[in-house]
Write a protein that binds this ligand. Structure first.
Ligand SMILES: [Zn+2]
Length: 356
């Protein structure tokens, strides 16, 4: 018999509050029918959003959720010691405490460990403030994924040195920065076919492309360095933090009810940056000529968020259809993935050659 059980009560639209009920107080304030209803909702909620496989223990306590390692910004002992309301509900429940932190604590600005404080972080780095505004969750994710490697400090009052902006793109790859974006990730698999997740195909191509560009001397930044869930808001905020860079997002397509459409398409938006159509056509042409894939066009006024809200030259390329068996098996082939990457790299070189 568990000492507690939990129920989730909707306190306002889109926000759930976790409340301990049952054996400790010995009272049940909700109507029995309402309790049954809430329990059914809770069951559906748990099945939909937090299956056990997504939440697992890391080496140093429970700190990993949906592929993201929260340990740089979160520590169960610290979190429960600092917040009495958290301790009262989750003191014996590391899974619940981490879930609370990820779902609510970050946005509420709660401090999850001694070494990181989102409000302090936001206050000390103007470039982050400009990109992320008041969305505290984005500061946590930035620190986990990039802050430490950029030499940023997670807390403290002393202004840390902010990395200088890279020099304007010069005539050599050494002065050029490319942000690579593997579509989807973590709890978002993208298209799925025969148990193959689009997010993993995208990631493989991005890793090939990263290796090719770095070998030529480019500086490469990744929106997600692993199988983490990263929001679209984070992706375009990250783009806009790096005005010296260009942005290339890779996706695979799928069309329900179709099994014979093939080819590549690219998406950009000229309103965000006047060079986006040039980047898009270079990347698209490079990928097409390397692969011989069918051309399906470049859309210059796309409403896809990573190109619509980007202020740097940016392109999203759909490199093939998972819904068509012949192209699906190509997309799954490491050799074909490398050919796509080579084509995109050629396109990036052509873009910089044209704008130098
Ligand atoms: Zn996709």
């Amino acid at each position: 018999m568990p000492r507690f059980h939990y129920t989730y009560i909707s306190s306002k639209a889109g926000h759930l509050t976790k409340t301990a009920v049952g054996s400790r107080s010995g009272t049940m304030k909700t109507h029995p029918l309402r309790t049954i209803f809430i329990t059914l909702c809770l069951s559906a909620f748990l099945i939909l959003f937090i299956p056990g496989s997504r939440l697992h223990a890391g080496n140093a306590g429970l700190s990993s959720f949906e592929g993201t390692d929260y340990s740089p910004v979160y520590d169960f002992e610290y979190y429960t010691a600092r917040y009495t309301d958290i301790a009262a509900i989750y003191g014996n429940d590391p899974m619940g405490a981490l879930f609370h932190f990820v779902q609510y604590g970050m946005q509420e600005g709660r401090q999850g460990c001694a070494a990181f404080d989102a409000r302090s972080y936001a206050g000390r780095y103007p470039d982050l403030k400009a990109a992320f505004g008041d969305d505290l969750t984005l500061y946590y994710l930035h620190y986990i994924q990039h802050g430490a490697s950029e030499g940023r400090l997670g807390t403290g009052n002393v202004p840390a040195s902010v990395p200088e902006d890279k020099p304007a793109q010069g005539g050599t790859p050494a002065g050029r920065t490319v942000i690579l974006d593997a579509g989807h990730g973590g709890r978002d698999p993208g298209a799925v076919r025969n148990g193959v997740y689009e997010k993993n195909l995208n990631f493989s191509i991005i890793m090939d492309l990263k290796a090719l560009l770095e070998a030529q001397g480019y500086t490469v930044l990744l929106t997600r360095p692993d199988d983490s869930f990263v929001s679209l808001e984070y992706r375009y905020a990250f783009e806009n933090m790096h005005p010296e860079a260009v942005f290339v997002s890779v996706h695979c397509n799928a069309l329900a009810g179709s099994s014979n459409i093939t080819g590549m398409s690219a998406y950009c938006n000229v309103l965000g940056n006047e060079n986006s159509p040039l980047l898009a056509s270079c990347v698209y042409s490079g990928a097409l000529s390397a692969t011989g894939a069918i051309p399906r066009g470049v859309k210059e006024y796309s409403d896809l968020k990573v190109v619509l809200y980007s202020t740097i030259p940016s392109v999203l390329i759909e490199v093939g259809y998972m819904s068509t068996p012949s192209e699906f098996s190509l997309l799954c082939s490491p050799d074909y993935q490398m050919i796509i990457a080579e084509g995109i790299a050629n396109g990036i070189n052509a873009y910089f050659g044209a704008t130098a």
